[in-house]
Design a protein around this ligand. Sequence first.
Ligand SMILES: [Zn+2]
Length: 336
Amino acid sequence: MTELVKDSPLIPFVWQQDYWNQLTEQHRSGRLPHALLLAGAQGIGKYHLARAMAAYLLCRQPGKTACGNCASCSLFYAGTHPDLMEVMPESEGKQIKIEQIRKLQTFANKTAQQGGFRVVILQPADAMNINAANALLKNLEEPGDNVLFILLSHRLNAVMATIKSRCQQFSLPVPDKELALDWLGRHLSSHGALHAEKLLRMAQGNPLLAQELADEALHKQRDKLFFAMENLTRGGDPVELAPGFIEGNLQWTLRWMQQWLNDWCRWMVTQDESDLSFPDMLPLYRQWQHSSDLEKARLLFQEVGYLRTQLLSGANPNIQLAMEALLIRWVDKMLL
Ligand SMILES: [Zn+2]
């Protein structure tokens, strides 16, 4: 097994170089805004870019990136830098609370302990209730000196317009395929690297998601999900099959269900098998072709999305019942 290359948290990913140059140039010329909003798909490294930028601004002797050697960089590495604050929901799927924004305000209004910048990284910028968002807005309107807010979101349309309007937005694209494959090849085990292309395709081109997908447990979950969907397509009972659909990481399961629908719709239009994100699904796609159409798939996609959003926003539906209902709809839309 080859040794895995660890990324320096101080250096942006290779596909982020243009954005990095732009940001550091803005900083050098004194034109860096008080707030940045980094948007783009999940798994392209927005958080990594935000951390690298924070380290760069905090570093005592930065070159093209943070130096990695100074006292400030040591604090950054140790995760104890007093002038860096990260704000995120207390658990996945929950919202950022107003108490957290109040702590952020205290932080942003004091003087930097190391005498330079203070940086706040807040994510996801779409997971704030109206009170928290309004409180944050005040800070964005009247930021202290030498404070940078870096907000992250992969659901830009769910970020409040007033927040967006006070930030400089960067919409980060999905990386170039060659760059992504090169990076993946160096970050997967030698076994995983053999499947880099397949993993990247399944992750819709997002390298960090592809890396996550190489995880053995997730791999098994997807195989099980595939067999459960095969059973459903063969006429299995949705209620009996539902437990198989809620095993493991439910966000991934729902994401795959949406991706299958997307993949199927594209294939229905192009009939191009070489372009499939999930070639192993082709036998099922062929069966759905006889009993469904694009409009039904679109409606179903929305229903899967609704359940995903419910879970992401911290709602706590009865998962067994919700999945049974979703699978009954799946049969109705795709198989009858
Ligand atoms: Zn340094």
